[in-house]
Structure formats: structure tokens, C-alpha cells
Design a protein around this ligand. Sequence first.
Ligand code: ATP
Ligand code: MG
Length: 836
Amino acid sequence: MEGSEGDVTVSLVNHRVDLPEEPDADLQNEESFQHGDKTSYNNVPEPDLGFESLDYDPIFNLVFENSRKDLQSRQLYGYTGLTLAKWSITILIGILVGLVAYLIEMCQEFLLTRKKELTQRIMVNGLMLSFIGFASFSVLLVLVACCLVLFWAPSAGGGGVTLVMAYLNGTDIPEFFQFKTLVTKIIGSICTISSGLMLGQEGPMVHIGAAIASLMTWIHGALPTRKKTQPSHLRRCCKPWQAKALPFDLYSDKDRREFISAGTAAGLAAAFGAPIGGVLYSLEEASSFWSRKVMWRSLICCTFATMVLALVNSWEFSTSLPGSMSFREVQPVFIVRDLPLFLVTSALTSILGVVINSAHAWLAHMRPSSSYKVLRIIEACFVTLISVTVMFVLPLCFGQCMEVPAQKTPSGTMDRHYWFRYTCPAPNTTAGVHYYNDLATLFFSLPRQNMQELYGMHGDAETEFSIRSLGIHSLSALVLFILAYGIATPGGVFMPAMLVGASFGGFLGRIFQRLLPSAHVQPGLHALVGTAAMLGGFLRASISLVVITVEGFGGVDFILPLIVAIVVSNWVAYHFHDAGAYEADLERIAGVCFLQSEPPRELIAFSAADLMSSNVVCFHEVVTVAEVLKVLQTRRHNGFPVLRHTHSDTSNGGGKFVGLILRHQLLLLLEERAFVEIDPQVLLHTQKYAWENNFSTNMQFLDHAMRIYHHFHYPHHRYLSSRPEALADLGVDEIVGAVNSSNSKPGNVSDDINTTADAPKKVLALDLRPFMNRAPITVRRECSAQRVYIIFRTLGLRHLCVTDSHNKVIGIITRKDIAMAQKQGRLSKDKRFQHW
Ligand code: ATP
Ligand code: MG
């Protein structure tokens, strides 16, 4: 008679009990748990898996269904306000990203230009003095950025694109989108870029866009009042806001993912003034999940970001967008017969991209780890000093003094701050001749301005930039870039790579110009092709790069050479490395499991059974608090299958697979004291029979469950998750005390039930049925490993239960399991077909 245990009384108790005098040592020290230790299929010790995964797959539980119904009943003529809220937040993200991009660009421009002017002025008193001034200012800036990162917000270091990609792929990076990280990233990138290091702001802008987007999804959570019922010991660790005031939430990982994809796109769009390029970049590189909705959200976000940037900029300057790099007066003309030379430029430049990747990988092992903070600071200051020294010494030794071209005199249309005199003769005002050092100009100016000038190169080899200066600049910038790429300050790789590519392309153009005087080579075009080829070889991006370059430089006529450059560079680079810079970095970062879009070929011969962990720790639908605590204390797993005993079950641990409960849900239930008080005898029966009737009629319980459900998406529960402190923070002792005091004698509740005849009247239990995911995805053990990979990748899954032909859980696979399997080569060849 299923579900007809008439004497079952399910009462909701919200226990707030006093701490017991003596904590239950027996329970806490309990080491062995009968439901099985994790035995990995090949006995490899469980690796330190680093960051936790995200739950992109929605939890379809009873409370979710009910809350949807509740939402619909509250709607006004079919309108809930959710769509409006989402679009408003999207627009807000765009506006904020645009403003921040403007702020960074302006600060950077202001600081670099003033530094250059000051250096020139101090130079009257001696070169050494200006070097010392320049170097100390640069080191100071880097010191500020470095200390902020190392001592306040460690996840703000580096470009951030890699970790945004990891997040969007399903790995949670703690503190990565917090306010302090955002502030550090903004201040840090202004300092780093203004210091003269070979790093850019595009990577940080991507992170900043994503962080703004993530923070915006919190906005409505901060509106309602404080949660009054929360006991003081919980306030330390728990988010004190209640999200009940609004009928929806944007906390689910899936919703946040959409906004973060849009924020990422907006960040890049603002950095380059390229809205479509931003969307394409998010699609091609950053986001692992894409849909029409995300595309629209990204496009709107990018459009607002670039519009705000253009608007603020036109008030201030009335020149081009700060992010954009449009051509100056002279625009080269593309002629098809140039293509063969472009092939050469693309191939050679992409090899430079490969060199950067290899050197970076090699240096990554030599750099001090971030736990040695002082060493990291010394490293950053040292690299800055080398950069400044190179900037001063090379122009002095190899730079050439040239006349500022007539139409580009300081009073002319050209930015008068651009051409840098350095040690060249003073201007001859009577003749109207100004001099500049070409190499110093390249080193001391903003990369954006440099690229504009390089693309505009059209004269013969002795005008604008000499062959020698271009060669020296591209190679020394390459070395400085490799050194700076990986230090502990915020800073991206996009712009420096572009600059090195432009400079090297221009250098090759100049060489062709000299070697083939009759070919009418336009070195500016080679610089443009070099930029694209460098990005293709270094980052392996494709369409988005073409569009960013075309939008950024306003050169729609050059689409063909750009495509050629991207294709050739990708092809050439592929022969050296499998992956581009971002993928290689993702491989290197410990703890990040990145699932590529295609399943690895090696998985073809394996099945789900080869990937799964067996001896799965499961719970019953109604489970004693003591048992839950024991499992949470001794196991670090994040997901537990939920079983229902059936009449046919004779084995102790078996049962019908009915759902999946996550660790953070259990923690929340414990925190909320969502206990039911039941007779242990009844519990014994409930483990034998389903409880459908009692549950579905208990509306009071469902109401309470819904209130709890509103907290399910609070991110703080994720950060508690599998850490042992999490349980302590939730007042486990207190809960254990509650359990004990509800029993006549201390000890394990379930043992009591099983062994004692005159068992205590009531025990505390958790009813998991309203909260568990009632429709978790499962696969049969025979399912091919590649298909398992595709399921994980396309659905953003975190857990996948493996069942046998009787729907019994025989194993569990997490996204990390599958990522680690390919990373560590855990699948040995003799495992093949073992389970088939
Ligand atoms: P994440 O912590 O990000 O969710 P993970 O792979 O570390 O990913 P955990 O839940 O921490 O997942 O589990 C760690 C290991 O234990 C994995 O290899 C997984 O296959 C296995 N595992 C997960 N859940 C269970 C379970 N309920 N019973 C037995 N083994 C499990
Ligand atoms: Mg884990």
C-alpha cells in the first residue's frame, strides 16, 4: 500500500534550539560511511580539483513549478515585469561599460601624454634625470596596481579574458565578479597601461564588462529589507537580503550567464568602438553557450556601450571615438596584385604570434607563484624597469631624427603630442621644420596612435618610420610584451599583440618597398595585414577579428586582405601549436576545467562507465538530519542522487532513482532549519514506501519550501559549498544539538532507529522531495563517452547520473571528471570496451 501510512504526522518545525553543552563527538568523528567511499575507476587519487562548477542546468523541482504558477497568478494582463527588468539591466550594463571605457581611456591618454611632455621638458636638464623621473613614476604606478591585486583582489590580475571564458564555460571563480575586483581592475589597468608596460586595456575591459553585468544582476536583490529572522551567528556568512519583494530573480547561473556574455561583448565593443565585433567576439571566443536571445542582449548592450562612449567623447573632444582607430588623412588603396606579398607578411607575422605563445608557456614555469607576493612585486617592478630602460636606450642608439611631415606639423591636423622630439635638434621655427626621433615616437606614444600612423605609412623608406626603427621596435616590443604578459597586474594582450603585428608588418612592407621598387608596395597596408595576422597566429580568432579590425579602422575596403591574413596566420600557427593563447592559458590554470566545443577524439572508444565514479553516495527522500550531517562532514561531493525505496528492494542501499539534490541545497535546508519532525518508526516505513499523499496535501510545508526556494540562488551558498567551514558557519553544532535533544540519548539517530526497540519518539529529518531536481539528466552506462561530453557541453551540466537497465544509479559523472579525463589521460587504453 504505497503512501498510505496513515499515522504519519509531518509537521514543519523551524527549530531554533540552544547549543548543546557537549557537542556530539561521536558523530563528528565518524569516519566511515557505509554508502561507499569514492573509488575512482582506475584508483587515481582524487586530484585537487580547484574551482567548483556552476549549475547552468535549471533545477526542476516541485517548488520551482509552484513558484512559476505563483508568478503567473501575480502577473498583470500576462505581464510579469521580468522581460522589462532584463532589458533595463541590459541597457544599464551597456551604459556603465561605455562610461568605464571612457574613464580608462581618458586617464590613460592623460597620464601617458603628460608623462611624455614632462620627459621632454626635463630632458633639457639631462637625459639621466628624465630617465629617473620616468622610471620612478612608472614603477610607482605598477607598484600600486600590483599591491592592489596581490593584497586585495587577486582575481583582478592579468587580462581576465581567460577566466571570463572559464566562467561562461561552467567554472565558478570565487570573487571574480565582486565589486572590489572590478575596482581593482579599473584602477589597476589605468596604472599598468600608463606605466608604459606592453599591456593593453582590451582584456581588462572584457572582464570589467562581465563584472558590471554580474553585479547588475544583483541590483534588485539589494532593494528589499534585511532578513529579520536570521540569527546573528548566521549573518556572518549569509547574504542578509531577502529577494521576496520582487516576483522574479536573476540569480540563477543560467540568467547571469546571459548577462555576462552581453557584458563581455560590450567590454570589447567599447574598447575598440566596434559593436558588431564585440558581439562576434563574445560568440566566437568568450561564450560557450549562445542563443538568439543572448545575441540580441549582446547587441543592445554593445550598441549602448559604444553610443555612450561616442556621446561622452564628442562632448569632450569632437574627434573620433577613443576606442576606435580610424585611418588618418592618407588611406591606402587595396589592389589585388598585392595579395602574394600579403601572404608572406601574414605567414611571417603569425610565426611571431607562435613565438609569443611558446615563450609565454616557457616563462610561466619560471615566474614566482602568487603566494610569494614580494617576489611577484619585484618581478613586476623589474619588468617595468627593463621596459623603461629599453624605451630610453634604444631610441638613443638606433632612433633616427626625421622631419615632421609638412601636413603633420604641430599646428596642423595631426595630434601635436604624437611626434616625439626626444634628443633630436630643436625645431627650426623660421623654416617651420620640426624634428622627431622615430623610434622614441613609437615607444612613447599610445599604441592606438602608433597604429594609426603605421597604417598611414605611404612615403618612401626614409619618411615617417625607417626600416631599422621598425625592425628594432617590433622585436624589442615583442620581448617586452612577452616579459610583461604574466606579471601580477591587470593588463591585456590584445593591443600589444596588435602593435607588435603592425610594427612588424610595417617593417616587412618597408623591406618589400625597397626590394621591389616597381611593385608600389604600400607599407601601411602591410602593417594592417600584420596586425590581423598576429592576432590570428597568437589568439586564433577569426571572424570576430576581421570585423573588429574593419570596424575599428573604418576600412571596409580591406576585408579581403584581412581575411587572407587571418586564414594564413591560423593555418601557419596551427602547425606549431594546437591552441591559441587563451586555450593554452586555460590548460595551464590549475583547477579550471574547460570543455571545448568539440569532444576530444580520444574519447571515441570509451563509454560512460569508464568515466563515472562508482559507489555513489545517495540519500533517501526523507532522511534524518544526522545522516545528512554525517555525509556532508565526511564527503565533499556536490550532488547526491535521491532514492525511493520500493517494495521490491531487498538490498540495503538500493532504491528507485527519483531525483538529485545539490550540496548547497542541503546546506540551505540546514540553515533554514527546514526540518520535519517524525516518528523514527515512521521514518523506517517511509524508507520503504513513497509518501506522496502526505506530502502533496501539506500545503503549509510547500509554502515554507517556496520561501526557502527564493534563497536557492543566492551565490553565497555556492561559496560555502564543499568547504568544511561551511558546516561550522551554519551552526552545525546547534543542529546536532537539536537532533540530540530530540532524542533521549546522544548518538547517531539512524543507529537508534535501527537498533533500539524503545526508540525516541521523534527525530528530525529533511524531506528532500520538494527541493530535489525531479528530472535530472541520466545516461545508461553504455552511452558513448563522446556523447556524454556533448551532453555536458551543450546543456552546461554539472552532474550526470549513470544508471543501469533497471534505472538504478550505478555511477555519477561530473563535468570535472570528464575534463580531467581528457587532461590527465586518465583513460588507459586497456579500459576500452571493458564495460560493453
Ligand atoms: P564540482 O565540485 O565542481 O561540482 P567535482 O568533480 O569536484 O565538481 P564533486 O561533487 O566535488 O564534483 O565530486 C568529486 C568526485 O566525486 C568526482 O569525481 C565525482 O565523480 C565523485 N562524486 C560526485 N558525487 C558523488 C556521489 N554522490 N557519490 C560518490 N561519488 C561522487
Ligand atoms: Mg568538488
